[in-house]
Design a protein around this ligand. Structure first.
Ligand SMILES: NC(=O)c1ccc[n+]([C@@H]2O[C@H](COP(=O)([O-])OP(=O)(O)OC[C@H]3O[C@@H](n4cnc5c(N)ncnc54)[C@H](O)[C@@H]3O)[C@@H](O)[C@H]2O)c1
Length: 328
């Protein structure tokens, strides 16, 4: 089986690629893994260092909006797992154009090429942010889409395009909607690596608004396990939520990060709330649990401790990005 992983040099995509090449006892190892990645500020070829020597891996540095690069990457591919995206909500608020280009146009370019290549599965990796905000309860996959940020709107648009390619042309598309993901190799602009790296440097961390916004936290390994199950056994045309099951307010998360890094509340700088900040996200994961046997395996305290430890041990990985962010 030959697999194309778009965005395979990013946070979740590189984890998926490393895991795919490592293999597991339940599925056949892929004969080839092609990574198509533009290596934007968020992509880093170093993320694939541990598998670089694997003869099955081929890294193509290219743009998912470029039909020539996409066609080259798609040649002979059986399964596409599409992670590539502009992924940071704050950047989408200050400049949404690139989000529409990559997330909508890029996804369309891939879907079109996948049809031509007659792939057996196209997993479109999306986010719970497409549902908007929920005060109580959890969203099932049938919940109407109500994205609020330009990031979430561009992801919602790409979900609909992907599903339309299934309904119209029969492309075997599945959509996954994962919750807030954390773990090693996450670019230090997202809240957990931003806070951890700032605290490890003795800097303050910016807490939005009253800190009461709530998110469901999902370890990257569990996110990838869910995507892998969908790639292997998901039903074409279906959407699968993937969650971690640990809901925390940003204030509660901050308390844990302060304690993990030996800092206190004097290191926290309250800042004005993010524009249009969704109050609460919560995914209902009944479908993927019951249909595909998904269960998150990494308890949040263990996952968080290991993540903080990874950032502690890998300063050379995050320092250049952290410096660039503080200069911006
Ligand atoms: N991080 C989360 O909490 C989270 C949660 C749910 C879903 N998701 C989704 O998972 C996917 C991966 O997220 P991530 O956090 O790993 O993102 P990331 O920003 O770390 O990585 C994105 C990758 O895509 C590449 N890329 C960007 N534009 C490209 C283009 N035009 N052509 C080719 N490659 C391009 C980047 O170079 C990078 O390697 C995204 O689709 C995101 O919407 C993320």
């Amino acid at each position: 089986m030959r697999v194309l992983v778009t965005g395979g040099a990013g946070f979740i995509g590189s984890h998926y690629t490393r895991r795919l090449l490592a293999g597991d006892s339940r599925s056949a190892a892929p004969s080839q893994v092609v990574v198509l990645d533009k290596l934007t500020y968020a992509g880093n070829a170093l993320n694939l260092d541990s598998v670089r020597a694997d003869p099955r891996l081929r890294l193509i540095v290219g743009d998912i909006c470029d039909p020539v690069a996409v066609q080259q990457a798609m040649r002979g591919i059986d399964v596409v797992v599409h992670f590539a995206a502009e992924s940071h909500v704050d950047r989408s608020i200050t400049g949404s154009g690139e989000f529409v280009r990559t997330n909508v146009m890029g996804t369309h370019t891939l879907l079109h090429a996948a049809l031509g290549a007659a792939v057996t599965r196209f997993v479109h990796v999306s986010t719970d942010e497409v549902y908007g905000s929920i005060e109580n309860g959890s969203w099932p996959e049938t919940h109407p889409l109500a994205p609020t940020s330009p990031y979430a709107a561009s992801k919602a648009a790409s979900d609909l395009l992907a599903l339309a390619f299934h309904r119209t042309y029969g492309l075997p598309v599945c959509v996954t909607r994962g919750s807030n993901t954390y773990g090693p190799y996450q670019y230090p602009e997202k809240v957990i690596p931003l806070f951890v790296t700032n605290l490890l440097r003795g800097r303050k961390v910016p807490l939005y608004g009253d800190g009461g916004n709530r998110r469901d936290w999902l370890h990257v390994d569990d996110h990838c396990a869910g995507v892998r199950l969908v790639a292997q056994r998901g039903t074409p045309g279906e959407i699968y939520n993937i969650g971690g099951g640990t809901e925390l307010s940003n204030r509660e998360l901050t308390t844990r990060l302060l304690s993990a890094t030996g800092a206190d509340w004097s290191s926290v700088q309250p800042v004005a709330d993010r524009m249009g900040h969704d109050r609460r996200y919560s995914v209902d994961t009944t479908k993927i649990r019951e249909e595909l046997g998904y269960a998150p395996a990494i308890p949040f305290p263990r996952g968080l401790a290991a993540t903080v430890d990874w950032y502690r041990q890998n300063r050379q990985w995050w320092s250049p990005a952290s410096d660039a962010l503080s200069r911006a």
